[in-house]
Every structure is written in structure tokens, then in C-alpha cells.
Ligand binder design. Structure first.
Ligand SMILES: Cc1cc2nc3c(=O)[nH]c(=O)nc-3n(C[C@H](O)[C@H](O)[C@H](O)COP(=O)(O)OP(=O)(O)OC[C@H]3O[C@@H](n4cnc5c(N)ncnc54)[C@H](O)[C@@H]3O)c2cc1C
Ligand code: SF4
Ligand code: SF4
Ligand code: SF4
Length: 425
């Protein structure tokens, strides 16, 4: 197997998630990125140079996230059909950070940031991989290696933009291999890291021994950088060169897109507006993605509020918080440490009700499962959901339509398949 095989099986079929795991796993380090696309960085590198290596394809979650094998290793069992969208978890809690600056800076209460701060300040983790911004183009998403708990507030909040991510860990693996690492990442990032941890290679052994905690935000889908560019140009109406800071969930929950320009002005775009704009800049891989959460992280967190789109249109009727899915022993220990050190408030919560992002994902996935196109494997082998498909536009109908009640007719079902959707939440 060679890089050419990866090109044929993953890139040509548009199954690449831009996770960056191939860059991290490649033994000679010859994979880099041209935008979101993995490329060989040496023009002279040939198929013969790859020899018998196939590490880039082995680690790749693009076509095969390899969920059942990872579940066998982590939980000693595979998820049931009922657990298809949640994965296996020991408990689900309502959570939010107890530090005001983290709470303010966060997407839905800061549980993830609180857990990463705990990893550094209580559990002796040396470095955290988190999603930040490119220092040269501050509107562009880029991975950040954080070495001080205080640096994590800057990387809080959801980043609705794709960027090659896991390759940033190469620096740690090569320059400070004894450091322990925690990371946050969406489903495809976590799937790739679990695949890497199972590989008998130098990178695999390093990941197994040194990546000690993985946390994930739920992910309905991400967006190409072009989606953010369109919001900057067409909604905030500012030149992209003038942007010095960009946040996606700024201010009172659920927050707005906030674009700060070099004159110090903050230009706000309503979250619901950006969600609608982003829909035109999705990849085939994100649209056909079979996982809302990988279920393979130590802890996963979703919005606590079931319908963030409606909250953006009509105002939130819930306090800002997240739903914290505790999965592994390492996850339970991190939550206990965060709670015990006064960094995270948690309380029991019932897992029921619609989550807009999950419903959009289920419906898109069902559409792709019936389309006959090349799509990634789902987490339950052979299982296909038989639902009446609701087109994506109806989940994010423009506010006028929402106010008139058209989208309230949507026959949305809850994640547990139970109740008919009532109004917007
Ligand atoms: C693309 C995307 C889609 C989402 N879709 C849904 C959804 O459908 N339903 C739902 O309930 N929740 C969704 N979420 C999750 C939700 O927005 C919050 O991130 C989650 O509730 C955690 O909130 P928090 O306040 O605990 O996180 P915070 O404390 O604000 O921390 C967020 C953490 O996530 C990391 N992160 C943010 N964006 C990315 C990214 N693109 N790639 C890797 N890491 C990232 C940050 O580095 C940070 O560490 C989505 C998030 C993203 C990034
Ligand atoms: S490992 Fe990730 S970045 Fe590389 S080809 Fe596969 S999905 Fe794309
Ligand atoms: S050396 Fe291995 S990991 Fe690197 S490009 Fe070739 S096959 Fe892929
Ligand atoms: S939708 Fe799937 S492929 Fe796209 S960023 Fe989210 S987890 Fe990755």
C-alpha cells in the first residue's frame, strides 16, 4: 500500500475528513496539506519509496472509522442498535464550568474546557491539542498546542470550520515525546486516534502511551473555510484581510458569529443566519458522515439545549449548559477530578428530547445511505435507519417560515425515537 492507494481509496472518493491523522502516522513524515487535501511534500517521493508501508491508509477514518474494533478494546462490547447515535456511555450529566471566564468564553457552558483545564492542572497533562486560529489569518481554523491552562480559554467555543488537525501532534511526538497529551476533537479525529493507538508502529505506540485523555464535542457537520469566508464578506461585509479575531458562539447563549476587524469593531452575524449560509459549503464526507459522536472519546459533550437554531432565532429558554456523556474510566476520573476541584458543576439529567444537530445528521445520513454513493461505514455493521426523511432545509427554515409555523409541521423524531416534535423545541 502507498500514498497512491490513499489517494485512490479516500481522496478520489471524497471520503477525506481532513483529520490530519495520515500526517501524524506517516513514518518518514512526507504527508502535508494543500488546503484541506493531504499531499506528498516531497516531489521526488515515489510509490517505491513507500515500500510496504500503508500506515496512512491504516489510520484513516475516512472510509472506515473502525468503531466496532475500538469498542471491543475500550468497552469489551459493541454498541447495540439502540445506542447507534449515542455510543456506549456510563452516565449522562448536565455540566458547566464553574470558572466565569471559561463559562463566558465557551459554546455551551465550558464542560470541555473545564475538563481540559483539569487535565493540565490536576492530572499533570503536559499539553492539550485544541482548535484555535491560524496566527497569520486569524479567521482561519488551525490546531493549537496549549501548554498552560490559561491558554485554553482562547480555544473554547465551537469552530464550525474544517482544518487539518491531528498532524499538529507530530511536533510533540518528535520534539517532546515523553509529554502526556489530552485532546479535544470531533468524531473523525477521535476515530483516527483510536485507530492509531491500535497500530503497532512508532506513532501508534507513542499515541497509546502518551495520549491519555480524549474529549469530543458532538458534530452535526463541519464546513469548508469558504463557508466562513462567505459569512465574513457577505454578512459581516468586511474585507477578510481586516479580520483580527473570529468567534462562532460569542455573547449570550447560543451566541453569534463575531468578526473583529483591525479598527477594533466587532461585527455580529446571527448564529441561525450563519448556519443557513454554511449549508452551501459542506463536503461529501461531512454530509454523509455516520457519527454524531464517535462514542470512542473518554467524554463527549453536546449542547444541553435541544434546538440551538430556534434559540438563536427566538432567544434561549434554557440556561447555558452541556450534556456530558461519560464513557471510560479515564473520562469518569477526569469528571470526578474537575468536579472535586471546583472546576465543573455536574448534575443528573434525563437523556431525552430532540437535538437539532443530531436530527439533521440522521436525516442526511439516511439520504446518503439510500443514494448508492460511496459513504463511510457506520458504527453498527450492516444497520441502516429506516426513517421518513425530512430535508435539511426544513430543519433550518428561515425565521419568517418558522414564525408562521411551517417548520413546526416537520415530523421530527427524537434521538430515542420517542416523541413527535412540538414547535421548535
Ligand atoms: C463542527 C461542530 C458541530 C457541532 N454540532 C453539534 C450538534 O449537532 N449538536 C450539539 O448538541 N452540539 C454540537 N456541537 C458541539 C457544541 O457546539 C459544543 O461544542 C459542545 O456542546 C461542547 O460545549 P462546551 O461549552 O463544553 O465546549 P467548550 O468549553 O466551548 O470547548 C469546545 C472545545 O471543542 C474544541 N473544538 C471546537 N471546534 C472544534 C473542531 N472543529 N474540531 C476539533 N475540536 C474543536 C475546542 O478546541 C474546545 O476545546 C458541535 C461542535 C462543532 C465544533
Ligand atoms: S487520515 Fe484523515 S486527512 Fe488523511 S486521508 Fe484519511 S481522512 Fe483524510
Ligand atoms: S510512507 Fe507510508 S504513511 Fe507515508 S505516504 Fe507512504 S504509505 Fe503513506
Ligand atoms: S461531520 Fe463527520 S467528517 Fe465532518 S467534521 Fe464532523 S465528525 Fe468529521
Amino acid at each position: 500500500m502507498t500514498f497512491q492507494q490513499l489517494s485512490k481509496d479516500i481522496l478520489a472518493t471524497e471520503l477525506c475528513t481532513a483529520c490530519g491523522a495520515c500526517e501524524l502516522a506517516c513514518p518518514p513524515g512526507v504527508i502535508g496539506f494543500d488546503g484541506l487535501e493531504p499531499v506528498l511534500t516531497l516531489a521526488s517521493w515515489t510509490e517505491a519509496d513507500c515500500g510496504g508501508c500503508g500506515d496512512c491508509l491504516d489510520v484513516c477514518p475516512g472510509a472506515d472509522p473502525a468503531t466496532p474494533a475500538a469498542e471491543d478494546r475500550l468497552f469489551g462490547r459493541r454498541r447495540t442498535v439502540e445506542e447507534r447515535w449515542t455510543g456506549i456511555f456510563s452516565e449522562v450529566l448536565a455540566g458547566h464550568s464553574l470558572e466565569p471566564e471559561v463559562f463566558e468564553a465557551s459554546a455551551s457552558g465550558g464542560s470541555l474546557t473545564a475538563l481540559m483545564r483539569t487535565a493540565m492542572s490536576v492530572l499533570d497533562v503536559d499539553v492539550v491539542l485544541s482548535m484555535g486560529r491560524d496566527p497569520d489569518e486569524p479567521w482561519r481554523a488551525a490546531p493549537r498546542l496549549v501548554r498552560e491552562p490559561s491558554g485554553l480559554t482562547d480555544t473554547a467555543q465551537s469552530t464550525y470550520q474544517l482544518a487539518p488537525y491531528l498532524g499538529a501532534l507530530r511536533e510533540v511526538m518528535e520534539k517532546s515525546p515523553e509529554d502526556t497529551v489530552a485532546l479535544t476533537g470531533v468524531a473523525c479525529h477521535i476515530q483516527a486516534m483510536r485507530k492509531l493507538q491500535a497500530m503497532d508502529t512508532e506513532a501508534g505506540r507513542w499515541a497509546r502511551d502518551h495520549v491519555v485523555l480524549m474529549l469530543e464535542p458532538a458534530c452535526s457537520s463541519s464546513t469548508r473555510p469558504e463557508g466562513t469566508l462567505a459569512v465574513i464578506r457577505e454578512r459581516a461585509r468586511v474585507p477578510v484581510e481586516s479580520v483580527v479575531r473570529l468567534r462562532y458562539r460569542e455573547g449570550d447563549y447560543p451566541g453569534d458569529i463575531s468578526v473583529r476587524t483591525d479598527d477594533g469593531e466587532d461585527h455580529r452575524v446571527p448564529f441561525w443566519q450563519a448556519v443557513r449560509d454554511f449549508a452551501g459549503s459542506k463536503t461529501h464526507r461531512c454530509l454523509s458522515c455516520g457519527d454524531w459522536m464517535s462514542g470512542l472519546a473518554d467524554v463527549s459533550v453536546s449542547d444541553g439545549d435541544p434546538n440551538i437554531f430556534a434559540a438563536s432565532v427566538e432567544g434561549a429558554d434554557q440556561h447555558k449548559h452541556g450534556r456530558v456523556f461519560v464513557r471510560t474510566g479515564a473520562g469518569a476520573a477526569a469528571v470526578a477530578a474537575a468536579s472535586g476541584h471546583g472546576l465543573l458543576a455536574v448534575s443528573p439529567v434525563e437523556l431525552k428530547g430532540l437535538n437539532l444537530g443530531l436530527e439533521r445528521k440522521r436525516n442526511r445520513r439516511a439520504t446518503y445511505e439510500r443514494s448508492g454513493t460511496c459513504i463511510p461505514l457506520g458504527p453498527v455493521p450492516g444497520h441502516r435507519e429506516e426513517i421518513e426523511i425530512v430535508p435539511d432545509e426544513r430543519w433550518i427554515a428561515a425565521p419568517e417560515t418558522t414564525a408562521e409555523g411551517t417548520s413546526a409541521d416537520t415530523p421530527g423524531r427524537t434521538a430515542d425515537g420517542a416523541e413527535e416534535r412540538e414547535g421548535r423545541r
